[in-house]
Design a protein around this ligand. Sequence first.
Ligand SMILES: NC(=O)c1ccc[n+]([C@@H]2O[C@H](COP(=O)([O-])OP(=O)(O)OC[C@H]3O[C@@H](n4cnc5c(N)ncnc54)[C@H](OP(=O)(O)O)[C@@H]3O)[C@@H](O)[C@H]2O)c1
Length: 273
Amino acid sequence: MIVVSAASGAFGRLVVDRLLEGSPAVRVVAAVRRPDGAADLAARQVDVRHGDYDDPATLRTAFAGADRLLLISSPELDTARRTAQHLAALDAAVAAGVGSVVYTSFLGADTQAEGLTAAHHATERALSTCGLPCTVLRHPFYTEAFVHPGLHAAVDAGELTDGTAGRGLNTALRGDLAEAAARVLTGDGHLGRSYDFTGSLWNHHELARALSRVRGGPVVRRERAGRAPGAQGWLEDQVRAGALERQTDDLRNVLGRPPATLDEAVAAVLARP
Ligand SMILES: NC(=O)c1ccc[n+]([C@@H]2O[C@H](COP(=O)([O-])OP(=O)(O)OC[C@H]3O[C@@H](n4cnc5c(N)ncnc54)[C@H](OP(=O)(O)O)[C@@H]3O)[C@@H](O)[C@H]2O)c1
């Protein structure tokens, strides 16, 4: 039996989809904070259980009987609280006697413990000493953070504006990362391993060219004069600093095929209104 925590989120739902499609004989349990919001999963023969990272007793019950647990990282932004949530989930996994844990970490969390990686770093350290067989899946930024329906406006205007200085990005679609997680959860030979998942490198010059193909006419890329507000500005700062240029073959190897290309990501995202 495979338990997926935070299964009601965008990534968790994709993992459940891939498990149901690829391994129909496997019993899948969705551990969710709000079971009322997961009626669609229950309707698909998924066993929905209450599992709240802030309520350890629910986690022990939710994880009971799991041969494999996919621990999807919490969306909590506060590092101390996020770390406490993950450690509570690990304690619950040990108490429930789960067979093994697969954890969704973030690229760099093995060596860095700042900002975004801090809670992941602490969780990876706890995983290494918890006594359970584990697999760590280090995710890059999702491609969807950059290739999103907002690009319809760039296609309409014939102009793409960004603050990345044209530097490369290693991102991956949630769908490819979900398929990789499902393969690790249902396959052999992954315990005790850590994977650094990245897609193929791309940049915003290539994105403008991909949008031109969608438009059937030119989409011109321009560097933004000022910094974008909020999360987008922060993300673009990371790209401009060259922090997202690392590339590995781990995702390709686990998938057994190349991850989606930029053109495929653009086509998938812009197919939606
Ligand atoms: N690599 C990246 O670019 C990237 C980007 C964003 C996030 N992430 C990380 O990857 C994870 C999955 O991403 P996503 O896109 O699927 O995020 P998402 O759609 O926001 O889903 C987050 C999930 O976490 C659940 N959750 C929130 N608080 C919880 C709690 N106390 N106990 C149990 N579950 C709780 C939410 O449940 P409800 O349905 O009840 O709200 C939801 O199912 C995120 O949680 C975050 O750690 C990665």
